[in-house]
Ligand binder design. Structure first.
Ligand code: NAD
Length: 477
């Protein structure tokens, strides 16, 4: 018998959790649950993270967590519990199957069956943001080799386990050559280890457009965190309703399962909510726990209810649905059909006794890292970059000013008058003749900046790794 942790959450959370637990009790998997409180009440008691130490202990002990949606109160410095949980527990893979149930649930995409695999811990969600000048705020985008390798491997292992034939990667590496470029490069490296699976890469803009237009051309799609957040909601919505999709957050030790939608306060307490998202999250959880019989039985009973047209308000459609039902009645209908198989929708058949395993990350040989210069970021209220260049050019150092950019665009030397400039200037100092810079040159430069009243707000060192440039050129350079 396996113990899991559950939380009923906020808004429609308690109703859909009760419905889900009733179905679980009836399907009788070999599990028991401990309940914890997370979310609004905990936040409003003064705990800005929305979760207590006892609740953490339960999740870390049981290692499997079924969570109903929660409400994060606005303002007041409350931290998103979902982001905290994913990062603190190392839940690096977010898996969202988005499938259409045509003709029983209205969709423009009857053949859609896509699984979005979203990196869950890094990218712009590292939450490292700074205001640096009156006019400019920045957010640091972190893409790491370990993070990218783990998620890409997970996507290919998932495809292999579920007998999918193709994995597509979405990146924007035509623009972000280093961050998204690393993700894409790792995708290509790892794809070679799975010769039976077709690997394709698309630039996210055209990829997302095609996914929205012809989702039947996609099977498994893997991408960094922010793109995955946006694209997975679109995919769920065009498959029929955000109310239908479940999601798994998987880490090496702990896994969390939930619905993809939020706490829907507008319909809370009205017995109107569709419990399918959480129920489908629970089916993913049963698969994860090795309880495939119960998972199949619930999945099939759920499909029977959908094809009989017993629909909650969000998917109810005159002429397609046979009856509008509430949350409780929907769950009772699923329970009444346990043991039955759907007549038109595909019957579930989950692989038994095989667990998805991802080889742990192995650090590579340390590369030869050479300092080539420094980008010095300056808060300056002037408008003409050549005035700023005049102040910096005569600094005495082995690294010399060779470019100034504003929002990434080269404005000196030979800038255009038309280029709009803010008060945030990136001044690039580089070694000449390709030598290695002396690290002491950087504090020496900063000291000279200080004595010349230059307001330096940050620096970024410029490195080569094994002879390859590890930084981008200025636009127009
Ligand atoms: P939402 O997903 O709660 O609701 C969006 C719309 O979809 C609403 O009209 C709602 O009525 C409808 N809807 C959602 N789930 C439904 C269901 N199961 N059945 C029928 N209709 C459903 O998104 P929101 O309104 O932007 O957010 C509300 C709250 O949820 C916010 O506090 C937000 O922070 C939180 N949230 C929590 C999670 C989570 O806990 N995983 C995820 C997203 C949002």
């Amino acid at each position: 018998m396996q113990r899991i942790t559950i939380a009923k959450g906020d808004g429609i959370g308690p109703e859909i959790m009760e419905a889900t637990l009733n179905v679980l009790k009836a399907a009788k998997p070999d599990i028991e649950w401990d309940e914890i409180e997370v979310g609004e009440k905990v936040y409003l008691s003064g705990n800005t993270s929305g979760i207590t130490k006892d609740a953490w202990d339960s999740i870390r002990e049981n290692r499997v967590f079924l969570k109903a949606p929660i409400t994060t109160p606005q303002g007041g410095g409350y931290k998103s519990l979902n982001v905290t949980m994913r990062k603190s527990l190392g839940l690096y893979a977010n898996v969202r199957p988005c499938k259409s149930y045509h003709p029983f649930v209205h969709t423009k995409h009857p053949e859609m069956d896509v699984v979005i695999i979203r990196e869950n811990e890094e990218d712009l969600y590292a939450g490292i943001e700074h205001q640096q000048t009156d006019e400019v705020v920045q957010c640091l985008k972190l893409i790491t080799r370990p993070g990218s390798e783990k998620i890409v491997r997970y996507a290919f292992e998932y495809a292999r386990l579920h007998r999918k034939k193709k994995v597509t990667c979405f990146t924007k590496d035509n623009i972000m050559k280093h961050t998204d470029g690393l993700f894409h490069r790792i995708f290509k490296e790892i794809a070679v280890e799975y010769p039976e699976i077709k690997a394709e890469n698309m630039i996210i803009d055209i990829g997302a457009a095609r996914l929205a237009d012809t989702p039947e051309d996609f099977e498994v799609v893997v991408m960094p965190n922010l793109y995955g957040d946006v694209v997975s909601d679109i995919a769920a919505q065009i498959s029929g309703s955000v109310g239908l999709a479940g999601s798994a957050n998987i880490g090496p030790e702990v896994a969390m399962f939930e619905a993809i939608h939020g706490s829907a306060p507008d319909i809370a307490g009205k017995d109107m909510a569709n419990p399918s998202g959480l129920l489908r999250g629970a089916v993913m959880m049963l698969n994860h726990l090795g309880e495939q019989d119960a998972a199949e039985s619930i999945n099939n009973a759920w499909s029977c209810v959908i094809e009989e047209g017993l629909h909650t308000a969000d998917i109810y459609k005159e002429g397609v649905s046979s009856r509008k039902v509430g949350t409780r009645e929907f769950a009772d209908a699923v329970i009444a059909r346990l043991g039955q198989k759907p007549k038109k929708l595909a019957s579930a058949s989950f692989a038994k006794g095989v667990k998805l395993k991802v080889t742990p990350y192995q650090r590579r040989k340390v590369s030869k890292k050479q300092l080539k210069g420094v980008d010095v970021f300056v808060d300056w209220k002037g408008m003409d970059a050549s005035e700023l260049a005049d102040k910096l050019q005569h600094f005495n150092s082995d690294i010399k000013l060779n470019m100034i950019t504003n929002r990434g665009v080269k404005v000196w030397p030979e800038g255009f008058e038309e280029t709009f400039c803010t008060d945030h200037w990136r001044c690039r100092f580089e070694v000449e003749n390709g030598h290695e810079a002396d690290k002491r040159s950087i504090p020496q430069l900063l000291t000279q900046a200080l004595s010349n009243d230059i307001d330096v707000i940050k620096t970024e060192n410029l490195y080569e790794f094994d002879g390859e440039r590890g930084y981008s050129l200025g636009q127009g350079q």
